[in-house]
Design a protein around this ligand. Structure first.
Ligand code: PXG
Length: 296
């Protein structure tokens, strides 16, 4: 029998089939917790420090005190990868409020639950999509507002994204695009969004309610280094439909071109030159040891 992957749960390692948490965990009962989706390329955990920092920022906002230092958390992630002998991996790091009673009061949860799942990296979209682009639809469900369960917090409340994803599935397209309450473009369900217009690059500000994506920041810096002007501004659906190029960024999707939005073809429907250049350069960055933390 093939050896099972090991999962870190509260300081111990369990085979995948035995890695469980309590049904009284508030992460499950209320979505009360925070998480990170991280990726390792060829033995280097890409932007691990940035992911750990964001995890602690999310936890700070929801007043969840993680009972580990950032350095201990970093070690736990690396240890889990080492134990599983993984070099190209997807890492899911989760901290929940922990076990409590059936009331929602977090004071009843004395100890946060921490678990780390690592899996070999699987391709989200087929390789052709990087050439052809994906189809999308703007979903009816509005992004959670910034004065509520905003996606600036990477919390376990992902129903907003899941509703968007269901809408994409029902419409027979690959992914959903979310608008905020004011009607401006916000992000995908698990991706940030960029448009290219007349050679300039635009992306919605985080104040639109989007996650401060780590790939987003990398792409903004990269694009500037390549000489492009990058502007954070509110983007309307009309601007989105009439962009020359549109692409998603994220840990899972990396840089993925969008070819269609609500049946409207983006640009000429082919991979645009700016997106192509950025995809190529991003690929180099993910493989640069200086951009991450080595597993061993
Ligand atoms: N917005 C949201 C709401 C996200 O959840 C991003 C943007 C992109 O952020 P990063 O930091 O990854 O550039 C995310 C991240 C998955 C998966 O399994 C989703 C994310 C990350 C990893 C895996 O769908 N979302």
């Amino acid at each position: 029998m093939e050896k099972e992957l090991l999962v870190y749960v509260d300081g111990q390692f369990y085979p995948k089939s035995e890695a469980n948490i309590s049904v009284y965990d508030h992460g499950l009962l209320y979505g009360d917790g925070v998480f990170e989706g991280i990726r390792a390329y060829n033995g280097i955990v890409f932007k691990l420090k940035e992911h750990i920092d964001r995890l602690y920022r999310s936890a700070h906002t929801i007043m969840l005190k993680i009972p580990m230092t950032k350095s201990e958390m970093t070690k736990a992630v690396l240890e889990t990868l080492k134990k599983n002998n993984l070099k190209d991996a997807y890492i899911r790091l989760v901290v929940t409020r922990g076990i409590g009673d059936l009331g929602l009061d977090p004071r009843k949860c004395p100890k946060p639950t921490i678990f780390i799942i690592t899996e070999p990296m699987l391709q989200l979209h087929s390789p052709e999509v990087k050439e052809k682009g994906i189809t999308t639809t703007i979903t009816w469900v509005k992004r959670d507002p910034v004065d509520a369960t905003t996606h600036e917090i990477k919390s376990l409340n992902y129903l907003n994204s899941i509703l968007g994803k269901i809408e994409a599935n029902n419409s027979g397209v690959d992914e959903a695009i979310c608008l905020n309450r004011a009607g401006f473009v916000c992000e995908g369900v698990g991706e940030n969004i960029f448009i290219v217009k007349e050679g300039k690059i635009f992306t919605p500000p985080i104040s639109s309610g989007a996650l401060d994506g780590i790939t987003r920041t990398v792409i903004m810096r990269l694009a500037e280094k390549l000489g492009y002007i990058v502007i954070e501004k509110n983007i309307t659906p009309n601007e989105l439909f009439n962009a020359d190029e549109v692409f998603f960024t994220g840990t899972a999707v990396e840089v993925t071109p969008i070819s269609e939005i609500n049946k409207r073809t983006v640009g000429n429907g082919k991979l645009g030159p700016v997106t192509k250049r950025i995809m190529q350069e991003f690929d180099k960055i993910t493989r640069d040891p200086k951009e991450g933390t080595p597993i061993s």
